[in-house]
Design a protein around this ligand. Sequence first.
Ligand SMILES: Nc1nc2c(ncn2[C@@H]2O[C@H](COP(=O)(O)OP(=O)(O)OP(=O)(O)O)[C@@H](O)[C@H]2O)c(=O)[nH]1
Ligand SMILES: [Zn+2]
Length: 295
Amino acid sequence: MTALNSGRVVATFGKHCLVQADQAIVDCVSRGRKADIACGDAVEFKLTSPGHGVVERVQPRRNLLYRSDPFKIKYFAANLDQVLVVTAVEPGLNENLINRCLVAAQAAGIPACIVLNKADLPQTQELHAYLKAYEAIGYPVILVSAKRDVTPLLPRLIGKTSVLIGPSGVGKSTLVNALVPEADVRTAEISRALNAGRHTTTHTRLYELPQGGALIDSPGMQEFGLHHLDLAGLQAAFPEFHRLIGQCRFYNCRHLKEPDCAITAAAATGAILPERLRAYQVLVEERLAAEQLHK
Ligand SMILES: Nc1nc2c(ncn2[C@@H]2O[C@H](COP(=O)(O)OP(=O)(O)OP(=O)(O)O)[C@@H](O)[C@H]2O)c(=O)[nH]1
Ligand SMILES: [Zn+2]
């Protein structure tokens, strides 16, 4: 019988994943369904031939960041210390998507912060000022320029496992290249191992940081479903709502159009950021529509 080896998943692509074990990278397939393995997973695998193997077991996860539509779950990464939600004036603040990222992190119990990239571009200051409202909720905002200076981000990364998520074009890959020397070489190595060719940009990769810690780059997304969260889960994922829960007229208020809702009242005065309430309501409406479909 072949002995089991252990390692960490450093890339996922289709049915394949790459497992870093000691100094070697092994191209593995999963025994289970392909969606069962996430970047950052600690796994046990069996070698089937030199450089190739089968994942036999995924170690219990500390946490798992994922999104979902009515049909499937899509993993971002597992065993994370923090989620870095990246935004930039170019292509612009996609507040709905940013909030979905924050909600997913909150629901998974992972601390999140917002990385405002492209600080070298004009209008960044204005966006930075706007994002103070997110800082007040508890999401620190870190201003960087992947092209000029990423040092403000460094102290937050050292010794931690972090994932970069956000829409296409905000500069996630550029950030990785600035933070991980030889990231290009690593990417080429991973592509070769996966034989992924032109698809190389569509998978999730983990890079070890020279200062200690790891950085995971995920492909940019346009959609971010959170169908796995019910109304209680959604409500819990908005920390600024917590102090008001129980103060609405109806004990089971959904904070949509109910009269005397403490949360809509707070959004009207600006005590709660109106965009956050809107993001919550859209998520609730999506969830209710999905529940109707399944009735
Ligand atoms: N001015 C400026 N441009 C930047 C900065 N960082 C990235 N860019 C540019 O923004 C564009 C998108 O950068 P990428 O790193 O490919 O963005 P991404 O988030 O990885 O995009 P996906 O791979 O589609 O998810 C590129 O043209 C970069 O050169 C920055 O700090 N300042
Ligand atoms: Zn209410």
